[in-house]
Design a protein around this ligand. Sequence first.
Ligand code: NAI
Length: 291
Amino acid sequence: MFNRIGVIGAGAMGRGIAQLFASSGQQVLMYDTRAEAIADALEFNRNLLQRSVAKGKLSQDDYDATVARMQPASSLEDLKDCDLIIEAIVELLEVKQNLFRDLEAIVREDCLLATNTSSLSVTRIAAGCQRPERVAGFHFFNPVPLMKIVEVVRGSRTDERYIQGLVELAEKAGHFPAITPDTPGFLVNHAGRAFGTEALRMLSEGVATPQQIDRILRDGPGFRMGPFELFDLTGLDVSHAVMESVYEQFYHDPRYTPSFIAAQRVAAGLLGRKTGQGFYRYEDGQKIEEP
Ligand code: NAI
């Protein structure tokens, strides 16, 4: 159903989504308002795939074919023949609505517009479209090729055949598709609120340091990462936007109250790995302060 995929936004998520589908045989066109972001993403993906070749996990022929399937787009118009477009741009409702509105004037009538939003309502994004039935959520996790689950979010008006199409596409790429309703935070970012917001509350109350909390949650209950390590990986700008969005959508239920610490750190640019400093410091993407 989806052979030609357009990926919009070549940041942490867009590049991973592009790599996933190029590896599973789809043609992928990448677009970003910053041309340098596309070039960075393509280089990042080539390096990652090259490492698989070096480890003997990918043949040179498969490498060449996968790389050839990921191409840059110089404008939105280049995406006109896509069967599916997945947006992974900034987490702002109006910006996503505007993008989909622009795309509707370009793409075919049956092209599915999918959003990788972490926390915005898919139904509200779709409400800005002429054909809301062709809008769905397709929510991946970072890093996309390794985190083998994806939420397939059914907006209030999403046509069922698109949901089934996304399920098949995810399975073909080796991901487990979890169909979720369009409720605040879907499944993962709803259940995950306690993990993140409570850890920030503990920090603001001086109960423990990020290092202590991360260590305990890794070594005790066995989470792969502690909440602060996860904030740094995701980017606090993204995580804080998710916390605010879930809080708003639950009509300020105090259970989901975001943290002033997170707000201040976002204002200070302490976003995590992508800025070199978050709750930990990073050099060349590697943590340099051990807990
Ligand atoms: P990012 O900041 O790494 O990348 C976003 C990219 O979108 C940038 O390269 C930017 O230039 C581009 N962009 C912004 N506005 C644009 C527009 N109007 N048209 C085209 N390109 C535009 O962001 P990241 O982390 O990749 O997140 C993207 C989306 O994925 C957000 O909706 C976020 O909530 C969601 N998400 C993020 C996760 C994470 O762990 N970082 C996990 C799951 C979802």
